[in-house]
Design a protein around this ligand. Structure first.
Ligand SMILES: [Zn+2]
Length: 88
């Protein structure tokens, strides 16, 4: 079964941007048996065991979540300050 791994390598080599956050590729390439792609966000995908896999995950999802957590904390702080000031 060489057809599927070959197409997985071609698929990875064809990427020009992170498929998660769309930051551009900074390093990548591939040959007959292996390919890798590293993106400006820090994500790196490689072929291993004849599949495309994650070597370093894209951090965009985590950045989105911590932004949400910081917004939640700011809203709680604002509400607590209003309660201390006696504002209804
Ligand atoms: Zn990314």
């Amino acid at each position: 079964m060489t057809l599927l791994p070959t197409h997985r390598i071609k698929t990875l080599v064809a990427l020009s941007e992170c498929p998660v956050c769309k930051r551009p590729i900074v390093c990548g390439g591939g040959g007959i048996a292996f390919a890798s792609a590293t993106f400006a966000c820090g994500a790196e995908f490689v072929t291993a065991n004849e599949e495309i896999t994650v070597s370093s995950p894209c951090p965009s999802g985590s950045k989105f979540v911590v932004g949400y957590l910081n917004d939640l904390a700011a809203a709680a702080a604002t509400a607590a300050a209003a309660a201390e000031a006696g504002v209804p």
